[in-house]
Design a protein around this ligand. Structure first.
Ligand code: TGC
Ligand code: FAD
Length: 390
């Protein structure tokens, strides 16, 4: 039997170094994620589990891995993508931890921070000793962050922040929050808010049916006073947060395929052992048609991801190309997860198997880092030159 991701021998397009790194992450997921993921999902991931996972991911060099200097591994983009794929084969929440830390919080500091900020935060974030979060979304402004109401006003040399951020991954766990706010001069700037700053709190959001193995929080800022050294000096527009999103969206292009692959592997395994009408479910034409179509979409998604990765490593990847990858691969991954669930019948609804957990997670992945509709509009704008957002 051929494994679903090797049907097209796409692995031949990877270097030995890329394959080795991918395999090391897969072992980490087998050892540290798979044995506990059902419990984490059922009871919600605890703060201590997030911290332990971050330290282990740091030891493996996965945090900010595609960044250079400051203790970061400095791998190529394809290796980062492959790591995301393996992590998300474990659970989207685990990939989220690595994405938010490396591509959002660390990338913001690495790209737009001062030398002092980089020295202060990045080495310990790369090691997983400190955790970061990224606050862009607000209760009333998700797809349209330009409307944000969080304000930063100058008071002498200080800045004072007021506002609320919503749906922030690792908000309650983080040692530092990268908070985007509109300033007196109407420009958008990023601020580094250390946990424990007076006026800052991060209540956990409960009752989630998706991304349960990930902590999601609100950030509340009430007269939060910060020194002038807390502002990220190198950007003063929405280009700042949107550039960070390109990085994290790129990881999701690969990551979502990991979740889909895990579902497909589980469905194939189940179909070969489950007997219905006196023969294995896998021996029925309807089942094989489902499996073949899913394997096809998985291969196409993998080729797309790899192509985008090579463009990124060449330094030519454009935001609308990332949108194309995120739109396709998350949409197809969700369709695969749901189809696999049908193959597992009633067993498919339990945490004994990964398929509905992945499908529920992928509902969040479809929404965060730009909804499908936002990515359709980004692609539409690239094709027509017309902005259809407003
Ligand atoms: P627009 O007027 O087009 O642009 C404003 C400024 O930004 C620049 N820009 C970009 N820069 C880099 N990358 C991109 N993709 C960029 N898109 C735009 C642009 O050049 C301009 O720069 P400047 O220097 O001239 O000021 O912006 P707009 O307000 O019309 O917005 C466009 C739109 C709708 C595409 C954007 O707002 C958007 O992407 N909305 C979706 C928001 C989103 O994705 N939020 C995600 C929050 S973080 C998250 O979900 C984390 S989940 C993590 C996890 O757990 O894994
Ligand atoms: P809305 O923007 O209100 O959209 C609702 C619906 O309207 C969607 O279907 C959308 O596509 C559609 N829509 C919006 N605009 C248009 C339009 N112009 N034309 C047609 N349809 C449109 N954010 C962070 O900043 N940091 C994080 O760490 C983070 N982590 C997250 C973790 C989880 C688990 C989740 C679920 C979300 C997270 N988010 C985070 C927030 C996420 O980025 C937003 O949920 C997302 O950007 C969408 O915003 P919204 O939920 O407000 O939906």
């Amino acid at each position: 039997m051929t494994s679903p991701l090797e049907l097209l021998s796409v692995d031949h397009l990877l270097s030995e170094e890329e394959r080795d790194l991918r395999d090391a992450v897969a072992h980490f997921v087998d050892d540290r994620v798979r044995p506990s993921i059902a419990d984490w999902y059922e009871s919600g991931l605890s703060t201590s589990a997030v911290r332990e996972l971050a330290l282990e991911a740091g030891k493996l060099g996965l945090l900010g891995m595609h960044l250079t200097g400051y203790g970061c591994a400095g791998t190529n983009a394809v290796s980062y993508g492959l790591a995301c794929m393996e992590l998300e084969a474990g659970d989207s929440g685990v990939r989220s931890l690595v994405s938010v830390q490396g591509s959002l919080a660390m990338f913001a500091i690495w790209k737009f921070g001062s030398e002092e900020q980089k020295q202060q935060w990045l080495p310990r974030m790369a090691a997983g000793e400190l955790i970061g979060c990224f606050g862009l979304t607000e209760p009333d402004f998700g797809s349209n962050p330009a409307g944000m109401r969080t304000r930063a006003r100058r008071d002498g040399d200080d800045w004072v922040l007021d506002g609320t951020k919503m749906w922030i991954t690792n908000g309650s766990v983080a040692d530092v929050a990268v908070v985007w706010a509109r300033c007196d001069d109407t420009k958008v700037r990023g601020f580094l808010v250390p946990a424990g700053t007076p006026g800052f709190s991060a209540p956990k959001i409960g009752k989630k049916l998706s991304l349960r193995a990930s902590v999601t929080s609100e950030l509340v800022l009430e007269g939060v006073r910060l020194p002038s050294s807390a502002v990220l000096p190198e950007v003063s527009s929405l280009r700042g947060p949107l550039s960070c999103l390109n990085e994290a969206r790129f990881g999701i292009v690969f990551g979502a395929l990991g979740a889909a692959r895990d579902c497909l592997a589980s469905a194939i395994d189940y179909a070969t052992t489950r007997e219905v009408f006196d023969k294995p479910l896998a021996a029925f034409q309807l089942t094989q048609a489902k499996l073949a179509d899913m394997a096809l979409e998985l291969q196409k998604g993998y080729l797309l991801a790899l192509h985008l990765g090579r463009l990124k490593d060449d330094g030519t990847l454009r935001p609308e190309q990332v949108s194309l990858g995120k739109l396709n691969n998350v949409r197809e991954a969700l369709a695969i997860a749901r189809e696999c669930r049908t193959i597992l019948g009633a067993n498919g609804i339990t945490l004994e198997y990964p398929v509905l957990r992945h499908a529920n997670n992928l509902e969040s992945v479809l929404t965060y880092e730009g909804t499908s509709e936002v990515h359709q509009l980004v692609i539409g704008q690239a094709l027509t030159g017309q902005n259809a957002f407003g």
